[in-house]
Design a protein around this ligand. Structure first.
Ligand SMILES: Nc1ncnc2c1ncn2[C@@H]1O[C@H](COP(=O)(O)OP(=O)(O)OP(=O)(O)O)[C@@H](O)[C@H]1O
Length: 276
């Protein structure tokens, strides 16, 4: 672990984010440490309100303003200390290096433009090393959308929820990021489609070497996807480690509670146990 430390793609140390009055703040993120190495899928898991999204948004200083305040900590992404960067420098990191996708693709996609145009716009903004139209089609194919030429001409409402999420992922990949932050990417989807989107994330890690920070309240999702997991409760990391270890031998009561809330996970555990 120590030798890996130096080569982390992202390292977050002692991060503190407050909301509300300065003299009596809500400690949404309370001295949090986590890191991600190149090509890793790392999960932040916890119940609603535990501070997962705010931790992830803080990496690129994207927390709600002026309500939220980053009051302490250090974030190093590819040797850049992001919390100290100017807005113009941050815009480059956000657009070119770190992409975010969220739960509801329908609210992130603009209903009045075709999917192809929106992905093309992301390419035009961030890259000048590729031709836009073929790149749009390449990205749509990379996220498993059928008939990329036709899909490019579709409006968001013409696509199913799963296809919209794939289109969002294509848009997130348009700038060829090194880190994808996927915040509850499958929560709005039905179970079969959830599985397909998670398989897509694994595939993107394999094929593009993409590192992924996966945010979820569902430890069942983590079981099959993440290499390592950090469990968050009330703004703090209460447990972390290799996913298999945390799931098989959870140390913290809160992790045990989250595990109990996932009935399907028991079958995953049994299967893992057979494979060991
Ligand atoms: N815009 C805001 N204004 C005030 N407080 C906020 C705001 N956003 C977040 N918070 C505070 O930060 C805490 C952590 O929020 P965060 O969104 O990170 O939780 P989460 O674990 O991602 O849960 P969820 O999945 O429900 O978003 C919340 O419980 C809330 O107290």
């Amino acid at each position: 672990m120590e030798t890996k430390q130096n080569s982390a793609l992202l390292s977050v140390e002692d991060l503190e984010v407050h909301f509300g009055p300065v003299d009596d703040p809500v400690r949404a993120v309370d001295r949090v440490d986590f890191n991600i190495f190149p090509g890793e899928i790392v999960a932040l898991v916890g119940e609603s309100g535990s501070g997962k999204s705010i931790s992830a948004l803080s990496i690129a200083k994207l927390i709600p303003q002026p309500a939220g305040r980053i009051v302490g900590g250090k974030v190093v992404f590819q040797a850049l200390e992001t919390l100290g960067l100017k807005d113009s420098e941050l815009r480059k990191v956000r657009g070119d290096k770190i992409s975010y996708i969220f739960q509801e693709p329908a609210t992130s996609l603009n209903p009045v433009f075709t999917v192809g145009w929106q992905i093309g716009e992301a390419i035009r903004l961030h890259r000048n090393d590729v031709q836009v139209k073929p790149e749009v089609e390449k990205l749509l194919a990379a996220v498993g959308l059928p008939d990329p030429k036709r899909t490019a001409k579709s409006y968001p409402h013409e696509l199913s929820g799963g296809m919209q999420q794939r289109a969002m992922i294509a848009m997130a990949l348009a700038c060829d990021p090194d880190l994808l932050v996927a915040d509850e990417p499958t929560t709005a989807l039905d179970v079969t489609v959830q599985k397909q989107i998670l398989e897509l994330l694994i595939d993107l890690r394999e094929k593009r070497g993409l590192s992924i920070l996966l945010i979820t309240h569902n430890l069942g999702i983590v079981a099959n996807v993440a290499d390592r997991v950090y469990v968050m409760k009330s703004g703090k990391i209460v447990e972390f480690g290799e996913t298999k270890t945390v799931l098989k031998t959870p140390q913290h009561d809160y992790t045990k509670k989250l595990l109990k809330a996932v009935p399907r996970l028991h079958s995953v555990n049994r299967q893992d146990a057979r494979n060991v």
